[in-house]
Design a protein. Sequence first.
Length: 284
Amino acid sequence: MARVTLLGTKGGPAIYPTENLRLPTSCLLEMAGRSIVVDCGLGVTRGIVNAGHSLKSLNTIVITHLHSDHYLELGPLLHTAWTAGLQTPVTIWGPKGLDVYWQAFLASMAFDIELRIDDEGRVDLASLVTINALEEGETMLGDLSMRSILNCHPPIEESYALRFSDGEKSIVLSGDTAPFERFKEFVRGADVLVHEAMMSEGVERLAARIGNGARLKEHLFASHTDALDVGKLAKDCQVPVLALNHLVPVDDPLITEETWAETVRSSGFDGDLYVGRDGQVIEF
């Protein structure tokens, strides 16, 4: 049995006081005997612990693209895992430039890291972490296949969707993306699709709340996928399980979980549907 835990289901980096707070994007995939963290938005460290996982067992992380809501907490996650007893290697896959972030994080924490090495006898954190460039193609993570494809998330050029397969089951994680034609073949036949979703009717209200409205709307409509289109994709690709993730907007009182579900169902998708919640577990 494989499972994915949606650790953070909010789209975008900003958070505001709200009754049911969702945090930015991250998830934990358990498949083929491996545990893989995909994206490290704000709150990922607490999300992993809340899901019952030991931070010192961390070993594989994938970052889909370099928007802050997908990698802001990568450094703090690794540092916290290190203080929790991490002594084994961690391999990270991500777009070019992620290594710059990591080296800058290490530099910013150099006093603390060196102090803990000298005072507490810890191994050097830098020696535990390897960052590999994520590119289109297939990578084997033990017995687990990870396929990556460039998606459509302008103005970022290096942004990826992922498909994990163990030979029996497969799951696709869309990353942040607008619809693009060759994604259909990438998704087709998957057992689970975790896809970002936007409710277009709420974008005007969102832009009015946070300012810079015209530019924000332009970005959202060019770079993300309406929930109706997510449903159409899942239906066309005959995916039996669909989970909405990276919800935009997530804090509009006029858009409830029922609104999300009704919009997707209006596409004709009749499989299992999850409107993502932080901490939600989907087994497959």
